[in-house]
Design a protein around this ligand. Structure first.
Ligand code: PHE
Length: 376
């Protein structure tokens, strides 16, 4: 277990010429930002509120870790939490690899096994996690998760089957309590069956907010193997993983996930450590500017994640969304065409036509040079 502070990463350590390396400059600049450790930042405010809830419900039980390094072994990120060899999340289209053995963690579950091995029976691990993905107002390639694990006291149950039942009910009660703690007593919640490689049974918790059901966390009864291999043989535990941006967007009415990364005081000064009741007042209504780009896909593969990586590399936080608006195959030519609509908008200022045209031109060049598409 290495601490993010004790060990800073250099660019050369994460962007290498290893053929598997797919970490970008843009991603490198986010490592070490530690939004979850800045007291007046909404991500940290939510983290602290969750810590308080666990301290009230289970005084003195949970250890809190929030400085574990985001560079982890693929073994810890996947194998130790039983992610199958052919699971999509292992694909470099979805995960940032430094080399075949090393990744930027794609979930805080990467720390379950090592934290158990260190002897902790109940813990909350918060950190930045990294995922290649498409672009819209609620997806960003870096976000923050909190992992919770609690190994039951063996006195809570008589045999394994009973233990699993106790774990499931304690888990559900605890997380429903957490939802009420964050959103108020009237909050409506529902449980949906889910699948995770590291829990069985597995569930997702959804909350009803502004007329729709939102998934806020995944959880379940921890797979026995993980306990057996890491110092808690035959014992029972539950685990959850929640997305802090999602909770913060709902709680503080933050409309766009890029806002968490702004240094604009008009955003930052609206939040104060300890205050869960702030409602974000937008200071900018700068209009978006839409640009379309159409191209024939190359023969040797194209993914929307790769396109989005290119666009983010050029436009950074000035890109708000990338949406596929047309998709057809010419049967004679056996070629497929995609048209994407890119929305450019700054959270902090208005953009000039010149600036947007330059960005779009750079995107077009990179599409041919790097993604080998044929522009139409
Ligand atoms: N790691 C899961 C995710 O990122 C969340 C999770 C954590 C689910 C722990 C179950 C138990 O989606």
């Amino acid at each position: 277990v290495t601490s993010a502070e004790a060990q800073t990463v250099t660019k050369e350590e994460v962007i290498t010429d290893h053929p598997f390396n797919n970490v970008t400059e843009n991603i490198f600049t986010k490592i070490g930002a530690n939004l979850h450790r800045r007291p007046d930042h909404p991500i940290c405010i939510i983290k602290e509120a969750i810590h308080r809830f666990f301290d009230e419900r289970h005084p003195g039980v949970f250890s809190k870790l929030d400085d574990l390094h985001p560079v982890v072994s693929a073994y810890a990120n996947f194998d130790e939490v039983l992610v199958p060899a052919d699971h999509v999340s292992r694909n470099p289209n979805d995960t940032y690899y430094i080399d075949t053995e090393t990744v930027l963690r794609c979930h805080t579950s990467a720390h379950q096994a090592e934290t158990l091995r260190s002897g902790e029976r109940a813990f909350l691990v918060t950190g930045d996690v990294y995922r290649r993905d498409t672009i819209d107002q609620s997806h960003y390639p870096v976000f923050h998760q909190m992992e919770g694990v609690k190994v039951l006291d063996p006195e809570q149950y008589s045999d394994a089957a009973a233990g699993a039942k106790v774990a499931e009910s304690e888990l559900k009660e605890t997380l429903e309590g957490l939802a009420e703690h964050l959103f108020g007593k009237g909050i409506e919640t529902r449980w949906v069956d889910a699948y995770f490689p590291f829990t069985d049974p597995s569930f997702e918790l959804e909350i009803f907010f502004n007329g729709e059901w939102l998934e806020v966390l995944g959880c379940g009864v921890m797979e026995q193997q993980i306990l057996d291999k890491n110092g808690f043989e035959g014992q029972k535990a539950w685990a959850f993983g929640l997305g802090l941006e999602r909770l913060a967007m709902v709680l503080f009415s933050i409309p766009d996930i890029r806002l968490f990364w702004t240094e604009d005081q008009r955003f930052l000064k609206q939040f104060k450590a300890g205050s869960l009741r702030a409602k974000f007042k937008p200071y900018s209504k700068f209009p978006p500017c839409f640009k379309d780009v159409s191209f024939w896909l190359p023969e040797d593969g194209f993914t929307e994640n790769n396109l989005c990586e290119v666009v983010r590399g050029i436009a950074g936080d000035l890109v708000e969304s990338v949406e596929l608006i047309d998709n057809f195959t010419n049967p004679k030519k056996q070629k497929t065409s995609h048209c994407y609509r890119i929305a450019y908008r700054s959270m902090d200022r208005s953009l000039t036509d010149q600036e947007i045209n330059d960005l779009q031109d750079a995107v077009r060049s990179s599409l041919t040079d790097d993604l080998k598409v044929e522009l139409r």
